[in-house]
Ligand binder design. Structure first.
Ligand code: EPZ
Length: 421
């Protein structure tokens, strides 16, 4: 059944263990195509998108074992430069196969990737970066063919728009290109640092990852190695919101506070009491109603677009009015209509929403449309009056490991069968 039942009026309290980062693990997995030697990747989140990425690698000929969240990967038998359409279509991250396959075979064929429906998801910046390095790109009706008639050459590339995905595509291709590549106007997300750290472990020569200028000196080949994926900063932020909206106290363990500075600043503005340690963050709402905060999303180190839906929910039950501006994606407010059904006072405009806090939301039969929106509706169900049903739960399963189980351990009551509510 693709739905869950959520009992409302819950206060969420306790400790939660943060999983590995989806948006670091996915590119890292595809980067294993760049080497023929054995790789071990630890702290891989057990989520749907990872399962699809593993299937994609196996479809190329890779051998992969998953033991206790460690993936043991042997790509020596990868022998084809294209993956099946039905898998590629399911995740946006499949675009990250293009560059490694091109560097390994001198040719790659990728169908246009899928992913969350949060707006048109172009790949022009990925392609322009590879062309700048000397690749030839042939666009077919539903796929892209990339060819390297001779070894790619390092270049000084200025990214015309900040793009996490395209920065990773160019950075990975440059690791095996000839000479120096400089990527200016690079995305600075922490996940890019994790990918660069992984590639350097394999013998790449990358510096500046995490800044807007990345230097890559090409090497002849990459070796094998071990890497532990960074914690998921968006999962962390989602659980901190769970504490704030339910007036509870939650401690997120095994996380990385330094990557949430902007989110923690905004949460402090709501009146939440925040304490941080080396690898943990505690949010204690002390039973208070939050104060509404204005949000404007931007590339890292700005406010993350992946936390936008969760903050809209927070503002929906906070004191006062707020404006949330979405500057990254064109269609990332679809979840708002579901919150309006629950009684939230939200006006949806072109690329912003105006929110007026209400004291209580009411339970409804809700429909998820994307990953972060789906997690937000589940959190809304935890605090609404009555029993909320959230449909299309395949969305949250893509990116949150054991989300209902972790919430139930914090005092929620989320069931896959109404009779257990
Ligand atoms: C990554 O998507 C993340 N996905 C997204 O997380 C995240 O929201 C996004 O980065 C921004 O931080 C993964 O890592 C799998 P972009 P990505 O390229 O790489 C435009 C989640 O919820 N653009 O930084 O696709 C694009 O349309 C997901 O975990 C082009 O115009 O994002 C967007 O407006 C959602 N041409 C902007 O750039 C391109 O070739 C930023 O996109 C590529 C992107």
């Amino acid at each position: 059944m693709n739905k869950i039942y959520i009992e409302g009026n819950k206060k969420l309290n306790g400790n939660v263990l943060i999983s590995g980062s989806k948006n670091a693990a996915l590119p890292i997995l595809f980067m294993t195509i760049l080497t023929k030697e054995k790789i071990e990747i630890n702290n891989v989140p057990q989520i749907q998108d990872i399962s699809i990425a593993v299937k994609l690698l196996k479809s190329l000929g890779a051998k992969i074992k998953n033991k206790n969240k460690i993936l043991y990967i042997d790509t020596s038998n990868i022998n084809i430069y294209y993956a099946p359409y039905h898998l590629i279509k399911q995740i946006r991250a499949s675009i990250w196969m293009l560059s490694p396959l091109l560097m390994r075979f001198g040719k790659a064929k990728i169908f246009f990737p899928g992913g969350c429906d949060i707006g048109f998801r172009p790949i022009d910046l990925h392609l322009k970066g590879l062309i700048a390095l000397g690749a030839k790109i042939i666009k077919k009706e539903n796929c892209i063919i990339a060819i390297a008639q001779k070894p790619l050459q390092g270049k000084h590339i200025y990214m015309e728009k900040i793009s996490v995905g395209a920065t990773i595509t160019v950075m990975s291709a440059a690791t095996l290109a000839e000479g120096l590549t400089i990527i200016e106007n690079a995305a600075q997300e922490p996940e890019i640092i994790d990918v660069a750290t992984f590639l350097n472990t394999l013998g790449a020569n990358i510096s500046g990852a995490g800044s807007n200028k990345i230097y890559v000196t090409g090497v002849v080949r990459l070796r094998g190695g071990y890497h532990k994926v960074m914690p998921d900063r968006i999962e962390t932020g989602t659980f901190l919101i769970a504490a704030a909206i339910s007036k509870g106290l939650i401690i997120c363990n095994k996380t990385e506070p330094k990557y949430l500075k902007n989110v923690l600043k905004k949460l402090s503005e709501t009146g939440a009491n925040i304490t941080i340690g080396k690898d943990w963050i505690k949010l204690d709402m002390k039973g208070k109603i939050p104060k509404a905060v204005n949000i404007s999303t931007s590339p890292y180190p700005g406010f993350p677009t992946d936390m936008q839906p969760q903050f809209t929910l927070l503002n929906s039950i906070s004191q006062g009015k707020s404006i949330i501006i979405e500057n990254i994606f064109k269609n990332r407010f679809t979840y708002a209509n579901e919150l309006i059904q629950m009684g939230a006072k939200i006006e949806v405009k072109k690329n912003y929403i105006i929110c007026k806090g209400v004291s209580k939301l009411s339970s409804k039969n809700l429909f998820s449309t994307d990953l972060r929106g789906s997690a937000t509706l589940i959190l809304a169900g935890c605090i609404a009056k009555g029993i909320t049903v959230v449909n299309n739960i395949h969305h949250f399963k893509r990116g949150y490991e054991s989300f209902p189980k972790k919430l139930n351990q914090l005092g929620a009551n989320i069931q896959y069968d109404m009779k257990y509510i």
